[in-house]
Ligand binder design. Sequence first.
Ligand SMILES: [Zn+2]
Length: 220
Amino acid sequence: MTRRIVLLGPPGAGKGTQAARVSTDFAIPHISTGDLFRVEIAAGSELGMKAKGFMDAGDLVPDEIVLDMLSARISEPDVASGFLLDGFPRTAAQAEALESRFEGGAIDLAVLLEVEEEELVTRLSGRWVCSNPKCSGVFHVVYSPPIVEGICDACGAALVQRNDDKPEAIRRRLEEYASKTSAVIDFYEARGELVRVDSSGSVEDVAGRIESAIDNAIPA
Ligand SMILES: [Zn+2]
C-alpha cells in the first residue's frame, strides 16, 4: 500500500502546519509546489529556468511545467511508499492531468480540511502589524493579542491592519478559493478518494483526526 496523499483546504485551515505533522508522523515527504519551484530555480535546472522566466514576467507558471516538475519529484525513490502533496492541484484540469501521467493514478487519497467560514474569517482577519517600519511586530487579536489594544508590545507604535487582512478581502479570498477548488473536490469525490476532516479545534486534535482518516482509508 502506498500513501500518496493530497491535502486540500481553504486558506486558514492550517494546511502547512498539518502537512508538516502528517509528513513526520507517517514518514512520508511533504511536497509543496512552492518549494519545488525554489529548489529547481536554485539548482538552475532547465525546468527551473523556464518557471523563473514566467515568474519574473509576473505570469503564472503554466500547468505543463508544474506537472513536469511534480512528476519528476514523485518518481524519486524517497517517495516510493508515499508523499503528502500540498498546494497542487488547484483546478480540476490540473488534477486530471496529474492522474493521467501515472499508470494506475498519482494520488491514493485526498484529505479535505473543513472549517466554518466564520471561523476562517476570524483566524485570517485578526492579524495586525506594527506601523513602525523598523519593527517586525505581528499580533493576532485572538491568538496573540498585544498587551495594550492597538499598540505594539515591542516598540509602542500603533498597530495597523493590512488591506489583505481585512474581513472584506478575506471573504473575497475564500470565495475565490471555493469557486476554483469545488471542482477539484468533486473530482476526487467522484473517484471515491476523498475524505473530509473537521479542521476546527487545536492543532493536536486536527492532526489526530487527519491521521485516523488516513489510517482508515489506507491501513498500514
Ligand atoms: Zn513595533
